[in-house]
Design a protein around this ligand. Structure first.
Ligand code: 4NP
Length: 166
């Protein structure tokens, strides 16, 4: 992951378990980038270790699939030290994730760390709500929010590249 070109955007989406929100964010962002012909590196991770190696939650897979996006081949991993250098942008789903990411960040981290919904006008500071203990409607709400944020993020990255700030 080191040695990436300076102008190549690399985005890491981060939630708690890396089985619900950030896999959906990754899928929605890949779809949004493909629609705009925007090429960049994309991955997702969790701040916690509970689900390492697991596929996304079946409800997350079903929701993405219902929206034409396949996320079933993703496998959960925990955020690691190298991510803070290899990625240009690390985007948290909620403020607890943001605290977890900052707690693990090396002092000389180069990635810009922010909240995913900060990319959306009028939604700054808002969380992508954790659907883990919820039902199908909560997963649908996550999909709506990650799609909105992904579209906005792609536009910002097309405009500002690695310099994009949120
Ligand atoms: P995620 O959802 O952070 O969106 O992947 C969760 C997944 C697992 C747990 C909590 C939230 N858990 O407590 O195991």
């Amino acid at each position: 992951m080191h040695g990436r070109g300076h102008n190549t955007v690399a985005v890491l989406f981060v939630c708690l378990g890396n089985i619900c929100r950030s896999p959906m964010a990754e899928g929605a962002f890949r779809a949004a980038a493909a629609r705009r012909g925007f090429e960049c590196h994309v991955d997702s991770a969790g701040t916690a270790s509970y689900h390492i190696g697991h596929p996304p939650d079946p409800r997350a897979i079903a929701t993405a699939e219902a929206n034409g996006v396949t996320i079933s081949s993703q496998r959960a991993r925990q955020i690691e030290r190298n991510d803070f250098y290899a990625f240009t942008h690390i985007l948290a789903m909620d403020s607890a994730n943001l605290v977890g990411i900052r707690a693990q960040a090396p002092r000389d981290a180069t990635a810009r760390i922010g909240l995913f919904l900060d990319a959306v006008e009028g939604r700054g500071g808002e969380p992508i709500r954790d659907p883990y203990y919820g039902d199908e409607s909560d997963f649908d709400a996550v999909w709506q929010d990650v799609t909105l944020a992904a579209d906005a993020l792609v536009e910002r990255l097309i405009r500002d590249g690695v310099e994009a700030r949120f």
